[in-house]
Design a protein around this ligand. Sequence first.
Ligand code: ADP
Ligand code: GN1
Ligand code: MG
Length: 368
Amino acid sequence: MERDKTELFQIAEKFQVEGVKKSVVPHGSGHINDTFLLTCHEGEEEKHYILQRMNHEVFKDPKGLMENVVGVTTFLQKKIRENGGDSQREALNVIPTRLGEFYYVHEDGTYWRMYLFVEDSVSYDAVERKEDFYESAVAFGHFQKLLEEYPAASLHETIPNFHNTIDRLAKFKAAVEKDICGRAEGVQDEIRFVMDRADDCHILCDMLASGEVPLRVTHNDTKLNNIMIDNQTGKGICVIDLDTVMPGSALYDYGDSIRFGANTGAEDEKDLTKISCDLELFALYTKGFTEGCEGSLTEKEIKMLPMGAKLMTLECGMRFLTDYLEGDVYFKIHRPEHNLDRCRTQFAMVKDMEDKWEKMQSIVEQYL
Ligand code: ADP
Ligand code: GN1
Ligand code: MG
């Protein structure tokens, strides 16, 4: 729903913002929330905030979600201060409402929150400089390391079974079966692609269930544009988009970053000849992530890194295809067949990884 400036200002007014509100404009390219950049003036000085409508169709428990975000950001801010860092830039800072709450429910039933804008930093929708990808890896690894002692049991599961690939497969099969939009016939090749890899969908889930790989507090949505890169230092300064911080596997975080950032093409590229897994970027990310985790990854986790990358990519493609079959109800789309295009890039990436499997394995073996 389009909202005008007056309404967005009214919503912003509910929060403890400083200065006179000057502008509010759509910001970023996330697939889930509606994000706005709010600019306020205080004398000569400009202050920026992120105003976000939380997607409560996707996140059914916005209150629990914000409890997670506040819990995690407070924990991170303390750690950052202890390490001599700047907790206003290196972690998200939730701006409470004037009533002291962490979110606001608008008269139309929509849920809103506000963050301090991380100044002098940028998030990328594609790898422009290889160093940025490396720095994002260090930061995502470090994020996980910082949360090592976070009380995992206190976290709400904001999207149940988020990276349960077996459950994702079951939902995909149900969508094919129901075929409510009559689109299945046109995507037989893609459906077959998933079914040929149905057994793979069990690998990570089984390893977590048996304890072969540990359950950790993870981010679970580690695509490149969920990290702010510092304009001055080029370091991954702040991990954002904490809606899916939940108990999970390090392989999810590693894998999702490879899925998005090591792809030579965009997530929604139509020309599939542009899609491949860039092994140089794969190697750089592996180096950065293992460094950021500071030795906390187990041998088994390291061995399974290529599988993490492949399964997160397969799972994401399957989710795009499911959404296409269900009528594009989950991910924001900007053109017809957008989800189908996204699905195809993911499957092309999976195929390319399969072709490069030995090379990927020998890259990660250096870290054993
Ligand atoms: P979505 O869940 O829709 O992806 P995000 O929380 O990732 O939403 O926000 C979308 C974009 O807004 C990010 O990719 C980033 O560019 C920008 N953004 C979000 N939070 C901040 C922040 N605190 N400071 C600066 N930019 C931000
Ligand atoms: C969504 O919110 P955003 O745009 O960072 C999605 C991820 C997908 C990603 C694909 C909560 O991420 O799981 O991997 O799109 N987030 C949610 O681009 O479903
Ligand atoms: Mg995001």
